[in-house]
Design a protein around this ligand. Structure first.
Ligand code: B12
Length: 224
């Protein structure tokens, strides 16, 4: 049993190093040690709440990964392992964000912009909104404008969320927002992702920007 103070720190390290679970052979210097899977379960058992685990360990680890990736200290394979560790940990948190809520507030269609394969942020938004009572249609990554338009047509009155993590795919986000607004001016379109800003949101005619999922939940609840 790991003492409580060390637990979140060890979990942060697992995200930074891409240590998925005890059976994982990567990274080689951590073979046999507990990974993100076991440590997240243990953190829950020890009474940490899901928000605490997310903010104090998972986000923290992923932030470090981002900095190291930017500085060319690590490369795509290591980032992919970190993402795998993060997704494995998040699976254990899903039930806490969903707890006791009936999905009846409305439908929220979400996907990452065309050309964009990043899905961790989008999945977090999905988790929080689903927990907040919204029925989610997750279109995944690299979602074309056409796919968004078809899904909106099938779900009249839905709200839409688009995530973009790359400056290049922000351009695609802009095109998608324009086409959605041209065809469905009354539908709320929310945008987010690390490079997206309020200024960009205003410039492309989206209805709402938030740097984190709870802002989106508040906005949707108010407009429901
Ligand atoms: C993990 C990661 C990857 C993984 C993705 C794995 C996966 N399954 O998602 C992999 C390795 C595949 C990858 C690939 C690439 N990546 Co990458 N990646 C990252 C990294 C390290 C972390 C992203 C992340 O998950 N963050 C954690 C989540 C929780 O944060 P988030 O997505 O911002 O989401 C939060 C908010 O923004 C908000 N939010 C997000 N979406 C939405 C939507 C709505 C509607 C709302 C309201 C809110 C909201 O809520 C979330 C929770 O708070 C970032 C670095 C960074 N600092 O962002 C680089 C980064 C985004 N990647 C980058 C690059 C360059 C690439 C590649 C081009 C690299 C390459 N040479 O191939 C490719 C592109 C692939 C593609 N076509 O998409 C650059 C982008 C630079 C730029 N300005 O465009 C970054 C910034 C790294 C860097 N510093 O250089 N990447």
């Amino acid at each position: 049993m790991i003492i409580m103070e060390d637990l979140l720190e060890k979990l942060t390290l697992c995200i930074e190093r891409g240590k998925v679970d005890a059976a994982a052979a990567f990274p080689s210097d951590m073979i046999g040690e507990s990974g993100a899977d076991e440590l997240t379960k243990e953190a829950i058992t020890q009474g940490f709440n899901a928000e605490e685990i997310l903010n104090k360990a998972l986000f923290k680890g992923m932030q470090t990964v981002g900095v190291r990736f930017r500085d060319n200290e690590i490369f795509v394979p290591e980032v992919l392992m970190a993402a795998k560790a993060m997704n494995t940990a998040m699976i254990h948190l899903v039930p806490f964000f969903k707890q006791g809520i009936i999905n009846q507030k409305g439908t929220f269609v979400i996907g990452t912009a065309a050309g964009d394969m990043h899905d961790i942020g989008k999945s977090l938004v999905t988790m929080i909104l689903e927990g907040g009572g919204w029925n989610i249609i997750d279109l995944g990554t690299n979602v074309s404008t056409q796919k968004f338009l078809e899904t909106i047509a099938e779900n009249p009155g839905c709200a839409v969320g688009i995530s973009a993590l790359l400056t290049t795919t922000m351009v695609n986000m802009q095109k998608t927002v324009k086409e959605i607004k041209d065809s469905y001016p009354d539908i709320n379109v929310l945008v987010g992702g690390a490079p997206v800003t309020q200024t960009f949101c205003d410039a492309i005619g989206a209805d709402f920007y938030s740097p984190e999922p709870h802002g989106a939940l508040d906005f949707l609840n108010q407009s429901a």
